[in-house]
Design a protein around this ligand. Structure first.
Ligand code: THU
Length: 162
């Protein structure tokens, strides 16, 4: 038996002013999207904004349903909207923010497993890394250069061909 370690890397910023202007703008777009989320069951409002390599910005927010599993997270709403509108354009950066009606979110949002898998798919689809910016309502902004740092040991297309 061998014990192994896996290293992930990410950056943290205490203040939005430390970000480059295009990242600040993307976070703002994610915040605007969160405000328009449909989240009557959880009261947890998530917004995602994608900067595509073609310069377009696409945003999305969580869409809930009384049959709970029929709803969809903000990240996937945005990613699939981008895939539908601009199938040939890779995603450069995804910014995700959240807020709750019940409490103040002071931690960066941690995307769910299914959304991590969807981000991974789009890295593989376009063969480019996707930068990920995560924030709550306040506090630290977390930045990762690729989904590999959020989804180690991910399931990849090569697994189907072995
Ligand atoms: N949610 C997202 O939109 N993205 C995530 O990464 C985590 C969770 C949404 C789904 C649901 O509408 C609400 O947050 C509470 O789980």
């Amino acid at each position: 038996m061998k014990k192994r370690e896996l290293k992930i890397t990410y950056a943290e910023f205490e203040n939005e002013n430390e970000l480059k202007p295009s990242d600040r703008e993307l976070l703002e777009k994610a915040r605007l999207a969160a405000d328009m989320a449909y989240a009557p069951y959880s009261n947890f409002y998530v917004g995602a904004a994608l900067l595509l390599k073609n310069g377009k910005i696409i945003s999305g927010n969580n869409q809930e349903n009384v049959a709970y599993p029929s709803g969809l997270c903000a990240e996937r709403v945005a990613i699939y909207a981008a895939g539908a509108a601009y199938p040939d354009s890779a995603i450069d950066t995804i910014a995700v923010t959240c807020k709750s009606k019940a409490f103040e979110v002071n931690e960066p949002l941690s995307p769910c497993g299914a959304c991590r898998q969807a981000i991974a798919e789009y890295e593989m689809r376009h063969k480019t890394n996707i930068r990920i910016l995560l924030m709550g309502e306040k506090g630290t902004i977390r930045m990762l250069e690729s989904i590999s740092d959020l989804l180690p040991f991910m399931f990849k297309a090569e697994e189907l061909k072995k």
